[in-house]
Design a protein around this ligand. Structure first.
Ligand code: R5P
Length: 300
């Protein structure tokens, strides 16, 4: 039996294959069949003592069920250590009941996945009010990587204008945009955001920031409805930005929205491979392979 194998859901198959190739381990795509009534049947590949499951959890509901079914089949097949690599981790933003009666989705998903896996590796999990990933997944190993090193390396290699300023749209983006600015040796600015609804936000820039005539790298961890990026790009353009290029870790918006961004004067939108998307430009398999390097490669 091979000591470690990687298995992935169909949606991440290309990224999973690249990761497996880097690790030098076999890769298998899990088969998911949808019955006419909507129920799913999951068929995994041969289990190994350590099995890495690769599944980015955008559009998560069916994927969560598939993962839990796959975990059951793999454990029964002989897997002792089950590692989930989920570059995008779903439901992390609903970390409190914002109004009476709301479920705290983050807690529910945390318990569900902690019951199925021994280790969870993700990328820039949206932990706003929750201190660490360990608090989300009680009792198992967790690793919350940052995509910023890969993003900075990509932007530096692409020949970033040294007069550029990195901008984050809200207070939550501060750690990421600060790290990005210092890695690239450029200024960074954090705007203020007030959210009025799912697709409606208001952004203001802090007083005294100098944007006029400078290129802007507008960074957000997640782009979903696109409302935050559009509102932020609009005020940056009004402030005289020479150009606005967007970089995002988790591209959750529809591919077709790229046209809307372009029509709004955004020069480019580039995302990491966390979520398969037309805007993918920055690969994460190097960071993920490093994180997985300690997994046992020989049968114990
Ligand atoms: C929220 O706090 C996140 O960092 C993103 O700013 C947010 O999820 C973006 O959502 P949308 O694209 O729907 O404005």
């Amino acid at each position: 039996m091979t000591a470690v194998v990687l298995q992935s859901l169909e949606s991440g198959a290309a990224d999973a294959a690249r990761l497996a190739a880097r690790l030098g381990i076999p890769c298998h795509t899990i088969e998911v069949h949808r019955f006419p009534d909507g129920e799913l049947r999951v068929r995994v590949g041969p289990a190994a003592p350590t099995t890495i499951l690769y599944a980015s959890l955008d559009q998560p509901n069916d994927k969560l069920i598939s993962l839990i079914f796959a975990a059951e089949a793999l454990r029964r097949g002989g897997t002792q250590r089950l590692v989930l690599v989920a570059p995008y981790l779903c439901y992390m933003r609903q970390d409190t009941a914002f109004s009476p009666g709301e479920a705290i989705s983050q807690t529910v998903i945390g318990r569900l996945l902690a019951g199925a896996f021994d280790r969870i590796i993700t990328m820039d999990a949206h932990l706003h009010r929750t201190p660490t990933l360990d608090a989300v997944f009680p009792g198992i190993e967790t690793l919350n990587l940052s995509a910023i090193p890969a993003i900075a390396e990509y932007l530096a290699a692409a020949g970033l204008d040294p007069r550029s300023v990195a901008v984050g749209p809200d207070a939550e983006s501060e750690p990421w945009v600060g790290d990005l600015g210092s890695r690239l040796g450029i200024d960074h600015v954090v705007a203020r955001k007030t959210r009025h609804g799912d697709r409606s936000v208001q952004i203001t820039l802090p007083d005294g920031v100098k944007i006029a005539g400078r290129p802007v790298v507008l960074f957000d961890d997640i782009v979903s409805s696109g409302g935050t990026i559009m509102a932020c790009a609009t005020i940056l353009q009004a402030a005289g930005a020479a150009r606005v290029d967007v970089v995002v870790t988790h591209a959750l918006f529809p591919d077709a929205m790229l046209k809307t961004f372009a029509e709004a004067g955004i020069a480019s939108v580039r995302s990491t491979s966390s979520v398969p998307h037309l805007s993918n430009a920055i690969r994460l398999d190097g960071l993920l392979a490093q994180a997985l390097a300690g997994e046992p490669t020989r049968p114990s």
